[in-house]
Design a protein around this ligand. Structure first.
Ligand code: SAM
Length: 213
């Protein structure tokens, strides 16, 4: 972590940071208002999160990341842009999902999760059947999950896992990827994928309304 990031963490954590305890996470308490909530998992240096929060001031954004240096960088960007509709949690996404009440979220962003390309490491990938089922559970009916990856084989795995998760419906139609939405900003990982000749796949799944089940 750079000295600037360390100072940013100390100064800005009280404004944006949320300590994860054993209690349920209640967004209306964290944000002091009732607004649609989007969770971004593994926000890295926070570029996509800052862009989304700035363009949707009527939504609240929870960012979760395990890698602390990225957090300092995000906090600096939030403060520089005067953004108030973001709260940040340094924790494993699984622990955050475990503390959310079912039906809480309007959306989940999972952009360029670690691909773990070696076959023996595939089990470390975040998007697995149990994780997908939990995501579906914490989404409100009609809420969405948006994933993006530049690893073709991980994209195929995501598609298979999400299509096999009861209660999720592929917004692009069965077996299809979604067109890259203009709302998803370009990040370092996407630029690197493109530079190395890997196309990016976007997947958007919606949680079905209860009546549609
Ligand atoms: C390849 S990076 C992508 C970062 C960012 N989403 C982007 O597009 O630039 C994956 C990120 O996920 C984070 N991550 C990995 N496992 C995680 C977990 N279990 N919970 C939260 N974040 C996680 C990593 O620390 C890393 O910053």
């Amino acid at each position: 972590m750079t000295e600037a990031q360390r100072r940013a963490l100390a100064r800005l954590w009280p404004r944006y940071g949320v300590a994860l305890g054993d209690a349920p996470l209640v967004p209306a308490v964290l944000f002091r208002r009732a607004a649609p909530v989007i969770l971004e998992i593994g926000f890295g240096n926070g570029d996509a999160l800052v862009a989304a929060a700035a363009s949707q001031p009527d939504h609240d954004f929870l960012g979760v990341e395990v890698h602390r240096p990225g957090v300092g960088s995000l906090l600096l960007k939030l403060a520089d842009a005067g953004i108030e509709n973001v709260r940040v949690i340094v924790a494993d996404a699984n622990d955050v999902l475990a503390r959310l009440t079912p039906g809480t979220l309007q959306g989940v962003h999972l952009f360029f999760p670690d691909p773990w390309p070696k076959k023996r490491h595939h089990k470390r990938r975040l998007l697995q059947p149990a994780f997908a089922a939990r995501l579906r559970e914490v989404l409100a009916p009609g809420g969405y999950l948006h994933c993006a990856t530049d690893w073709e084989e991980y994209a195929a795995h995501m598609l298979a896992v999400l299509e096999a998760t009861p209660g999720f419906v592929n917004a692009a139609g069965a077996g299809r990827y979604t067109e890259r939405p203009a709302s998803r900003p370009m990040t370092r990982f996407e630029r690197r994928g493109q530079a190395e000749g890997r196309p990016v796949r976007d997947l958007v799944f919606r949680r079905m309304e209860p009546s549609a089940r």
